[in-house]
Design a protein around this ligand. Structure first.
Ligand SMILES: NC(=O)c1ccc[n+]([C@@H]2O[C@H](COP(=O)([O-])OP(=O)(O)OC[C@H]3O[C@@H](n4cnc5c(N)ncnc54)[C@H](O)[C@@H]3O)[C@@H](O)[C@H]2O)c1
Length: 502
């Protein structure tokens, strides 16, 4: 029979624990909150008072509701008070020795049927479980910050978790108004594993000089529709936390993709941790970027376009409308554009091969339109600064945000996106989270407009597979090689990975 949880202990009432205690109390569960000492207990009480007070001010709770909720929470500094709890969830600092010590104690104190849960973000649930005599009753219950607001809970089972327990904890999460996803005990679970791989990749691209901070942020925010770019998000998460999670991922996977980018180490060592210290990739002191005039490209009268099809036709029409003379050539014969003031090659692949076939290679830049709002402007080693600047201005005149980058496989957006999608396929292939849970995790955990497997289906499996092949051929990075499952689905002509995964 499914286990029910009427009395729940929460150990550690800091950022997460106080929020978790509130979530349980709001759902009508009796909560015993435990802190290390009286001063910390007072701070925990302060968190609870402020959070529920804000909800009253915003009209989301009445004063009566608030008193009822707070009335369900008993605060104590004695772990022994947890003897009768049905479930204890721990939210103390992310240090394995602390967690193992606590779990050994909880194992002694709590009744044999009690479930012991950890809110760890990155430590091994299996190693924590092994510090008890009831590893089958130990589970991960990973809430997101702020716990009262964020809908997602990752339920993490180990190889020795009792059958049915993950389902019971998932049912409990639903009772709390949350959406649970279930994952095996791998570093980073679903969300942090996929997110930090992508964020670290953005750092590596920055370090390689492919594109600048603002360009990469704009590319992912406006080009993919993510809530914010990777460097803004890294600053928000904290560069120390991000570094640590990458380290934990790397220790498990030994995948270079997870090895923290040197720029992260440097910033952390310098004490530039992001928002919490006022400076990380961005600085609070930084003003808004100076507005640039949009009409520098007025010095350009003839624009050569290398390309064909509707994209080229639309570009010609837009340039005509903006008062430029547009001439078009196809790859096979570049003569018509040879003398244009600037030449843009519409391409989702590097364009240096074209540059070496024209008399003025300094006038050529690649142009890759991304969605409706962004255009990547790729400079080869031969493109002049004047050309890059003129194409950037043209892009702005056309109403798109330019992303300036080097002439490398998949430029910025697809390089970051496809590698992330490949990671999601790898996760699915390894069988430790379902397609639905992977998508739900990224939508609710990161506020992404769609999950990675949904994105993969929308872009097309073959397009992504081919993009990954191009990335691998260029960078020779093993994690860019298409995961065998993706390759096989394309070969077999399966159009949707989500349908395949059921
Ligand atoms: N902050 C986040 O965004 C976030 C998100 C998800 C998960 N987590 C995880 O949640 C856990 C807690 O993180 P946090 O950000 O809330 O930390 P925090 O530092 O804000 O809170 C930790 C609390 O634990 C208390 N504590 C320390 N030792 C204790 C003990 N022996 N007994 C009782 N209380 C003790 C501290 O007094 C403090 O109030 C970590 O495992 C972290 O990885 C954090």
């Amino acid at each position: 029979m499914a286990q029910t949880f009427e009395t729940v202990g929460v150990v550690g009432l800091g950022t997460m624990g106080a929020g978790i205690a509130e979530v349980f109390a709001r759902a009508g569960v009796q909560v015993i909150g435990v802190e290390a000492d009286d001063a910390a207990l007072d701070r925990g009480r302060g968190h609870l008072d402020r959070s529920t007070g804000r909800a009253v001010t915003k009209g989301k709770l009445t004063e009566d509701d608030r008193s009822e909720i707070l009335g369900r929470i008993t605060l104590t500094t004695s772990r022994e008070d947890l003897a009768d709890a049905d479930l204890v969830i721990e939210a103390i600092p992310e240090i394995m020795e602390f967690k193992r010590g606590l779990f050994a104690d909880l194992d002694r104190i709590c009744k044999p049927s009690a479930v012991l849960a950890t809110n760890t973000s990155s430590l091994s649930v299996t190693a924590i479980a092994a510090s008890t005599s009831r590893p089958g009753r130990v589970i991960g219950m990973h809430f997101f910050n702020p716990a009262p607001v964020m809908k997602l809970v990752e339920v993490v089972h180990t190889v020795v978790t009792d059958d049915g327990l993950a389902d019971d904890i998932a049912a409990l999460a639903r009772r709390l108004g949350k959406t649970p996803i279930t994952a095996g005990d791998r570093a980073g679970f679903v969300v942090n594993r996929l997110l930090l791989g992508y964020l670290n990749h953005a750092c590596a691209l920055l370090e390689s000089g492919l594109a600048g901070r603002d360009d990469i942020d704009a590319a992912m925010k406006l080009g993919v529709g993510l809530p914010m770019g990777p460097f803004t998000l890294l600053d928000l998460i904290g560069l120390d936390t991000s570094y640590e999670v990458c380290e934990v991922l790397f220790r498990e996977t030994r995948d270079r993709r997870h090895a923290p980018a040197p720029v992260l180490r440097e910033l952390v060592t310098a004490g530039l941790l992001g928002r919490k210290t006022g400076r990380g990739f961005y600085s609070d002191a930084e003003g808004a970027p100076a507005a640039e005039g949009d009409r520098r490209a007025a010095s350009v009268s003839t624009v050569g376009i290398v390309g064909a099809g509707p994209e080229a036709a639309a570009l010609v029409a837009a340039l005509d409308g903006a008062g430029f003379k547009a001439v078009v050539a196809e790859n096979s014969d570049l003569a018509p554009v040879a003398d244009a003031d600037v030449i843009v090659a519409l391409s989702d692949r590097p364009i240096v091969e074209l540059a070496v076939r024209i008399p003025h290679p300094d006038r050529l830049a690649g142009l890759h339109l991304v969605g409706d709002d962004v255009a990547e402007v790729a400079s080869t080693v031969l493109t002049s600064e004047e050309t890059a600047g003129a194409v950037r201005d043209l892009v702005k005149i056309l109403g798109r945000t330019p992303v300036m980058c080097g002439d490398r496989a998949e430029f910025v957006v697809n390089a970051l996106l496809y590698a992330y999608l490949n990671d999601a396929v790898r996760m699915l292939e390894s069988g430790y989270a379902s397609a639905g849970d992977i998508d739900t995790g990224m939508r609710l955990g990161c506020g992404y407009p769609a999950g990675p497997l949904e994105m993969l289906d929308a872009i097309g499996l073959e397009t992504v597979r081919d993009g990954l092949r191009a990335l691998y051929a260029e960078y020779r990075e093993p994690s860019f090689a298409p995961v065998p499952l993706l390759d096989q689905l394309v070969t077999a002509g399966v159009p949707s990975i989500r349908e395949y995964a059921g």
